[in-house]
Design a protein around this ligand. Structure first.
Ligand SMILES: [Zn+2]
Length: 488
């Protein structure tokens, strides 16, 4: 597999430190508010990478942290009159709900900063002992001038950083570029330097080392984290261990709104929860992976609606069972179909720096093939073993491709809640027993209809059929059984 490495600015062949094992770390959210689509993009990008690496046979250990102590969290706590812990708990819960709705697979570990204060203090202490950090009046800073490689990820020289960055003037620091490892703050955590709390960057260096070791294979995050956050992570970790910190730095692009980055500070964001009110999780995933992860993606309702339409084409063919209902014949049916195995093309697309738009285009090739076979079978009103075999292979491939890209197949098969409600009401009207499982309720309705037909009450039986068809079901009677599926 090839991955674009921000460190070398090249697409490189991916070779993990240990054969067949991948250690991956991604910077998680600061939990002071509901997550927006920018957060969703990062989560889904690395979810697809996680799933694909596992599909390729790697044993992946994936860590994504929660920043649960920080200025913004403390500010929010003051505004809401609750503790910073309560703020963090509330928004971790919210984030986990969002991840579930987007079918983002849980990482192997999701550590919280406040559970690792001792590890952070030990890390800072070791940096002071090595001369890479110094304490001034309860604050501890990293001594940037001592770390020779500073700027290697963001490709900036120290002079550029001094000129370009809005570096705050702080008389306590030896050098304006030095950054805080520990901040003096009364009432927080005891430390050798007095009560305080960790700076932001140190948590990731500490958690990487604790959960994954000195050198890891992949470190991910949004493009905006390259400087200063990831630059500082490298400085802290490599200063301490003397070993390379990360082999492949992978960064996802922004979600843009009218050519501006979607962000909390610009107030142009859609929370994941807002978006989920209008679009199902699969559609949001489709939208976010329809553009290559390093390219900016333009958010608009129009673009999301287009994604919804495109995804519907996949969904329709995935759910369609009309072909399976056709009578099977032993006779040859003259046709030109042959099975084309698209698996290699699909996998190669993802192996090429996770080219999800290309992978989706391969899915549409399979969708087209399936549609051709289905309409051919329907026009002939029959199918044979040869055609069925090809059909089943394509269906299996479609399922596999959707699974690798992390689509929620259960959600695909799930009936919309208003349809489910109507079915229950209808069963109730017919005097049938209510069952928890909606497919059992449907079975009951169909059995009831079949009893009516046996009793030659065709008019009543047809009314039931009509009702179900109006709700979006396809119903087909075969000797001894009735098959159905939801078409929408
Ligand atoms: Zn980080």
């Amino acid at each position: 597999m090839k991955l674009y490495n921000t460190l070398t600015q090249k697409k490189e062949e991916f070779k993990p430190l240990k054969e067949n094992q991948v250690k991956m770390y991604v910077c998680g959210p600061t939990v002071y508010d509901h997550a927006h689509l920018g957060h969703a993009r990062s989560a889904i990008t690395f979810d697809v990478l996680y799933r694909f690496l596992e599909f390729l046979g790697y044993k992946v250990t994936y860590v994504r942290n929660y920043t649960d102590i920080d200025d913004k969290i403390i500010k929010k706590a003051k505004e809401e009159g609750i503790s910073y812990k309560e703020v963090a708990e509330k928004y971790i819960k919210s984030y986990e709900e969002d991840m579930k709705a987007l079918n983002v697979k849980k990482p192997t570990y999701t550590p919280k900063v406040t559970d690792h204060i001792k590890d952070i203090i030990d890390f800072v202490k070791a940096l002071i002992e090595k001369g890479y950090a110094y304490e001034v009046d309860g604050d501890v800073y990293f001594r940037v001038s001592k770390f020779k490689d500073y700027g290697k990820l963001s490709k900036r020289s120290l002079e550029d950083m001094l000129k370009g960055a809005r570096v705050e003037i702080n008389e306590k620091k030896e050098n304006p570029l030095d950054f805080a490892l520990w901040k003096k703050d009364k009432g927080f955590f005891p430390s050798p330097w007095g009560e305080g709390r960790p700076g932001w960057h140190i948590e990731c260096s500490t958690l990487v080392r604790k959960y994954l070791g000195d050198t890891i294979d992949i470190h991910g995050g949004g493009l905006d984290l390259i400087f200063p956050h990831h630059e500082n992570e490298i400085a802290q970790s490599e200063a301490l261990t003397g070993k390379p910190f990360v082999l492949y730095w992978v960064h996802n692009g922004f979600v843009m709104v009218n050519k501006e980055k979607m962000s909390k500070s610009l107030k142009n964001f859609w929370t994941i929860k807002d978006a989920l009110k209008e679009y199902e999780g699969n559609v949001l995933r489709y939208f976010l992976i329809s553009v290559h992860y390093r390219t900016p993606i333009d958010f608009s309702k129009e673009n999301l609606n287009q994604a919804k339409q495109a995804f519907k084409k996949i969904k329709n063919v995935y759910l369609d069972k009309a072909f399976e209902f056709l009578p099977l014949t032993k006779k040859e049916i003259k046709n030109n179909f042959e099975y084309i195995d698209y698996k290699k093309e699909f996998i190669e697309a993802l192996k090429d720096d996770l080219n999800t738009p290309k992978a989706l285009s391969v899915i549409f090739k399979v969708v087209d093939k399936l549609n051709e076979i289905i309409s051919f079978g329907i026009s002939k009103r029959k199918r044979n073993e040869y055609l069925t075999n090809i059909y089943e292979k394509y269906k299996k491939d479609l399922k596999l491709f959707l699974e690798i890209l992390g689509f929620n197949l259960k959600e695909l098969e799930k009936l919309p809640s208003h349809i489910e409600k109507e079915i229950r009401n209808f069963a109730n009207l017919l005097g049938l027993e209510d069952k928890e499982d909606i497919s059992m309720v449907l079975e009951e309705i169909l059995n009831y209809r079949n009893r009516l037909r046996k009793e030659k009450k065709f008019e009543e039986a047809d009314k039931i059929r009509e009702k179900l068809e109006n709700l979006g079901f396809v119903i087909k009677d075969f000797p001894g059984k009735t098959l159905y599926y939801f078409k929408g």
